[in-house]
Design a protein around this ligand. Sequence first.
Ligand code: AHG
Ligand code: MN
Ligand code: MN
Length: 339
Amino acid sequence: MEERNKTLGEFIIENQNAFQYSSGELSRIINSIRLAAKVVNYKVNKAGLVDIVGAAGEQNIQGEDQQKLDVYANEVFIQTLINREIVCGIASEENDEFITVEGSDNSHNNKYVVLMDPLDGSSNIDVNVSVGTIFSVYRRITPIGTPVTIEDFLQPGTNQVAAGYVIYGTSTMIVYTTGHGVNGFTLNPAIGTFYLSHPSMQFSEDGNIYSINEGNYVHFPQGVKNYLKYCQSEEGDRPYTSRYIGSLVSDIHRNMIKGGIYIYPTSSKAPKGKLRLLYECNPMAFIVEQAGGKASDGFGRIMEIQPTELHERVPFFCGSYNMVEKAEEFMHDAKLSKY
Ligand code: AHG
Ligand code: MN
Ligand code: MN
């Protein structure tokens, strides 16, 4: 069969043997995410329509209020994983605490935990702009058979066994890695099947897009300000193009295809940055590195940070390798010049 006709289901089965500890559990997790993504996709696509119906004064049969989509997506992903009894714990950006999952026989015999941002870029929903879901999978540290503890979630990103995102865009895609490169699958909505459309995705080493919320410029650290001036100065292939959607998933997806850097720095308003290490930065860093790019906090590798709390925030610089390296140079120089 020709490569581009392969479905995600076929791809998962074919690649199962590539997993070091293959027992089919990880494949089942990816399969569950595939299913939940289709359910959320259906709802995301109806978001505008529901508003129109509502505006006409019609209520749904149950007379319920429309649930916020990030709460809805959170429930769909969590329930799909819980119902299939394939993980021992889940942590989500939408939940204060992690969830301990036990099997129907009250056992704790599964070995993976999933961490996720169920709906990324949720402020874009109301304006019909792409949103996403981000997920990350780790092997538990505590012994199988016992309930999970916080340690199982506070692992450095280098321990990830899989990570991916779903992008609900002009078409819906799942992009993921299990540590053997990055592959992208596009949903054919007519039949509800994902097809391998972007095999072995790669960041170009250099790029000409920079993505940052420049409205916060005055609050940025000096190194970021200097790097932005560099991006905007006229020399060689510069000035670069500025593109910022405000959905991390969409901004990174575009930069992976076209070449570019994404930055969410610290600022005087958000001294630790805005993005969350466990739900956003680590999974994206794993994907970006697997695609040949680089992911940093401005000074060091994102995936080597030892997390200390579930909802920890971190500054994030990621994308084309040489661009991120250049930005790190500016960060480093500005830090030195302070002293
Ligand atoms: P979320 O919707 O999960 O809270 O994430 C929003 C994040 C990320 O997707 C995006 O890149 C960033 O927030 C945008 O922040 P600004 O509006 O501050 O630029
Ligand atoms: Mn997010
Ligand atoms: Mn979110």
